[in-house]
Design a protein around this ligand. Structure first.
Ligand code: NAI
Length: 505
């Protein structure tokens, strides 16, 4: 695809697009809103040179880590496998960037769509170099077997590639994850000195980058869900305080926060795929200083994606959700870890907040704070027999016309890591892309996006936003935001779905 337009310029290194952003400023005059449409000029400058990307996963030997690494290798080497359903080809189904399309315009009234990955130059996932840490020493072939996610025949074909991959020893603070994980911890950096731990992780990153001759590295936490750390401004509030607290091995510094700090100090962006409060204010300040991004929290895969879609539909239709009751049972190691109350609490929090903004937007349905307080119950049970095929059962009760009720009972078999792996890949590819985009507002100097990369909210259960920016959870709004951003950067027109060129062209 090539864009021919007077508002777009391209040379060997950069693509620059000029965009008149139309928004509406609202002023409140007593009970009245005064709407003032306005136009702001933005320039987006994308570095079109694709770097050699390395990714380090924390929790590499877990279900997500092994499924992601193996799935990408299967695609890279076009490995086919047999099951009782026949021969299978590798694919990237479930990946927004690799398997979804974007409408770029119309050709003789026909709408034209291209793959998301083709709108702007992006890293090919098959070119990513993977590395990482795990508190368990199993090589990735054995770990994939333990995970019971990937078909046996494919496991066998991947074995020669995966058995060479062994996670680096990691830091293990037993107090932060469930006690039932203790028997996995045979690959642990010794000692209790958190500063030494930080320095070892930093060295691991630097070595990985240098040994693989990488242009950049991104770190992603896909290790166990930790309990929330007890956040204290004196411990976590600024970069300086955080580093001091690490120096004194403060007990409320979690392993995930050490990884986030190490990433920032080595000039790498950090993504938190679990719900805990890893990205404390001190981490954000470190990232800001290093000019890297942080993004979180908690991958938005099956149940929550559906929830933010269904609730958006109901509220958008003027129907009032009154209760959401979500049951999950799962039998993988994530479920085992979540069976401890402190870790479950982290998950409950991120699962519960995911519809708040959708409800709050509609003051016709929810005129008071009290009404916003709907019954939203989360239950998670560990049931080993279920393995990675997580069952999510949700009941949605909504109030309709004249006091009637509409009830949805949704049964969702999530195949957890087969949903999470392509999503993790998208997080990495989009984070890398956004590191290459700069923008300028009203002809001011170019700057990078905010440190907290809320553009990735479509992929996160509890999206972290820059301070002062409201979080958007509604799925279609999150997707439109991403789609429009890449279109704008490419110099394409943002679609308002009026389709006037088709109706009256
Ligand atoms: P898993 O339990 O199979 O893998 C986690 C891995 O992390 C294990 O191999 C464990 O040994 C390792 N680990 C624990 N503490 C560590 C540390 N300090 N350093 C290095 N490694 C450590 O779990 P799974 O299914 O891969 O999920 C990973 C995370 O992603 C969990 O926190 C889960 O809640 C989160 N998540 C998963 C989703 C999914 O659909 N699979 C969706 C949303 C979030």
């Amino acid at each position: 695809m090539k864009v021919q337009s007077t508002t777009t310029q391209q040379d060997d290194h950069f693509l620059i697009s000029n965009y008149d952003y139309k928004s509406t400023n609202i002023e409140k005059n007593g009970e009245k809103y005064i709407a003032k449409p306005q136009i702001t000029n933005f320039k987006f400058k994308t570095d079109t040179r694709i770097p050699k990307l390395g990714v380090m996963l924390v929790g590499w030997g877990g279900n997500n880590g092994t499924t992601l690494t193996g799935g990408i290798l299967a695609n890279k080497f076009n490995i086919t496998w047999n099951s009782r359903r026949g021969t299978h080809q590798p694919n990237f189904y479930g990946s927004l960037t690799q398997s979804s399309v974007i409408k770029i315009g119309t050709c003789n009234t026909e709408e034209v769509f291209v793959p998301f990955k083709d709108v702007l130059p992006m890293v090919n996932p098959c070119d990513i170099i993977f590395g990482g840490w795990d508190i368990n020493s199993m090589n990735l072939a054995d770990a994939m077997n333990r995970a019971q996610v990937v078909e046996y025949d494919l496991q066998q074909k991947l074995r020669p590639y995966l058995e060479k991959l062994v996670p680096l020893p990691s830091i293990y603070y037993p107090d932060f994850i469930a006690a039932n994980q203790g028997d996995r911890a045979d690959n642990v950096i010794p000692g209790n000195n958190k500063l030494e731990h930080l320095n070892i992780i930093r060295k691991n990153i630097a070595d990985f980058k240098q040994q693989n001759n990488l242009d950049k590295v991104i770190l992603l936490w896909t290790a166990n869900t930790e309990r929330f750390c007890v956040e204290d401004p004196n411990v976590h509030g600024t970069a300086e305080k955080l580093l001091k607290s690490i120096e004194s091995s403060h007990p409320e510094i979690s392993a995930s926060t050490i990884f986030a700090c190490a990433a920032c100090l080595e000039g790498c962006s950090f993504i938190n795929g679990s719900p805990q409060n890893t990205i404390v204010p001190g981490v954000i300040e470190l990232a800001e200083k290093a000019g890297v991004f942080v993004a979180g929290d908690d991958f938005k895969t099956g149940q929550t994606k559906f929830k933010t879609c269904l609730v958006e539909y109901l509220v958008g239709a003027g129907i009032k959700p009154k209760a959401i009751i979500s049951y999950n049972h799962l039998g993988n190691n994530d479920g085992k870890n979540l069976s401890q109350e402190s870790c479950f609490k982290s998950k409950e929090r991120s699962k519960k907040t995911c519809v708040d903004d959708i409800l709050e937007s509609n003051k016709v349905l929810y005129p008071t704070e009290e009404e916003l307080n709907i019954d939203h119950t989360i239950v998670i049970k560990y049931c080993p027999e279920t393995g990675d095929s997580k069952k999510a059962m949700d009941e949605y009760i909504a109030e309709i016309f004249l006091g009637g009720r509409q009830t949805f009972a949704v049964y969702n078999v999530c195949e957890d890591s087969l949903l999470a792996a392509p999503l993790i890949m998208d997080l990495l590819l989009l984070c890398e892309l956004f590191e290459r985009i700069k923008f300028s507002k009203d002809s001011c100097e170019y700057q990078r996006f905010d440190t907290v990369l809320s553009w990735l909210s479509y992929l996160m259960k509890a999206p972290k936003s820059e301070s002062g920016i409201t979080t958007i959870n509604a799925l279609s709004r999150q997707r439109a935001m991403l789609e429009n951003l890449v279109k704008v950067c490419a110099g394409l027109t943002v679609d308002d779905n009026l389709r006037l060129e088709v109706r009256y062209g």
